[in-house]
Design a binder for this molecule. Sequence first.
Ligand code: CP
Ligand code: NVA
Length: 307
Amino acid sequence: MTRHFLRDDDLTQEEQTAILDLAERIKADRWGHKPLAGPQTVAVIFDKSSTRTRVSFAVGIADLGGVPLIISTANSQLGGKESPSDTARVLERQVAAIVWRTYGQAGLVEMASGTTVPVINALSDEFHPCQLLADLLTIREHKGRLAGLTVTFLGDGADNMVHSYLLAGATAGMHVRVACPADYSPDERVVADADAIAVQTGGSITIYTDAVEAMAGADVVVTDTWVSMGKEEEKAERVAALGGYKVDADMMALAKPDAIFLHCLPADRGYEVASEVIDGPQSVIWDEAENRLHAQKALLVWLLEQA
Ligand code: CP
Ligand code: NVA
C-alpha cells in the first residue's frame, strides 16, 4: 500500500528508527543507493520560498539516480486553478513521488488521498516533518541516542516546527518541552496526539510559559523564527510577545553544560537567537542543514520500498 509522509506521526517508532538508520548508511555511502535509476522523476512543488528544502530534495533525488522536477505553484495550474487531487492524478502517471511545500495541511491530505505515489510534506503551516528527520539524525549523531533525552523549544509554540517536535519527539521517546506565551501555544489536538504517543514510548510532553523552568536540564535546545512564512504582517506584535524566549548565552547556560543547539534555519539573528549561540560551540546547525539531504534520501528510499 502506498505510504505518505504528511505529518511526523505517520511513522511508528520502529519505522522512524529504520529511516534514521538508513540515513546513517546513506550518509556513509552517498552514491551507493540508486532506486530512482531509469531515471525516474520526482515532482517537488513549492507554494512558499525555500533554500534548504529545494536544494536537498533536488540533490538527493539526483543522488538516488532520479530527476528532480522543481515546480513553482505560481507557474503551474495548482493553487486555485486546479485541485490537489486532480493534480495528483496527472502527476502519478509520470512521477515516482510528489513532494509539496504548501500552506494548509488539508491540501496535502487531499493530494495524498487519491494517488498511488507517495506524497511528502515539505512544510505546511502545521508541520515540518522532513526537518524533524534531519534534526533527529543530528541529535542522534551528537548524543548517541534519542529516547530519554530532554529537548526544549523556546519561542512561538504554535509554529510548524513545534508541532513536528511534539509528534516526532514523542515517537522517538524523548521528553519534549515547549516554552511559549499562552497566546502562542501549540494546537491542543497535536499536544493530545503527542501525549498519547509519549505514553507508548516512555517520552513526555510539557508546555511551559516560564522559559527558565523549561531550560533546566535540557540536552537539546531548539528555536525557530518568530515570524513564519505567511505571518510577516504580525512581526512587531510577535517580537513584543516573544522577546522573553530568545536563546542567548544566559538562556543557554540554564541547559546542561553539554547541551546542543538546533535551528532549522533561516534564522533571524538577534531575535529568536543571539549570534553568540548560533555561531557558538554548542550549535550544530550546519550538520542539521546537511542532514536534510541524507534524511530525505532515506525517506524516499523507504517510501518507495513500501509501495
Ligand atoms: N529549514 C528549511 O526548511 O529551510 P528552507 O525554507 O530554506 O527550505
Ligand atoms: N516556521 C518556519 C520554518 C521555515 C523553514 C516557517 O514556516 O516559515
